[in-house]
Write a protein that binds this ligand. Structure first.
Ligand code: ZN
Ligand code: ZN
Length: 130
């Protein structure tokens, strides 16, 4: 089991080290949401993530089954609920423990930041991976 959480420490979650996929998303939404060149995220069934501390410190942007979830106190991006609420995309930067999985491809490279150069050899997709 992996632990994750926010910068201020109010929110902690656990997630099974059983991620199904992981990628770096370069879309404008992920860049804005993270304030970074891309978002490294890892997908897993929602049932395998549990909030262990700070249930009342969450801010949910969006709908119960499609949202970005952040810490209300420090604003840190924790995870997104996706795929009709069945999966979560954990913002990998919110993981405190290292997961077994590594991002193994880049998506939405067609809209990546012009100031950022991808310097690895991982597969690149213009939009979603096919
Ligand atoms: Zn926080
Ligand atoms: Zn994205």
């Amino acid at each position: 089991m992996l632990t994750g959480g926010c910068r201020c420490g109010e929110v902690r979650f656990t997630v099974a080290d059983e991620f199904r996929y992981a990628a770096n998303c370069h879309c404008s939404g992920c860049r804005a949401a993270t304030g970074s060149a891309f978002k490294a995220f890892a997908g897993i069934e929602r049932s395998k993530l549990e909030i262990t501390e700070g249930h009342n410190s969450l801010t949910v942007f969006g709908d119960p089954d499609a949202n970005d979830t952040r810490c209300r106190s420090c604003g840190c991006f924790l995870f997104s609920v996706v795929r009709d609420g069945q999966y979560v995309h954990v913002a990998m930067g919110s993981l405190i423990d290292a997961p077994s999985i590594r991002p193994d491809h880049h998506i939405f490279v067609g809209s990546k930041a012009p100031w950022y150069e991808i310097t690895d050899d991982l597969p690149q997709f213009q939009e979603y991976a096919v």
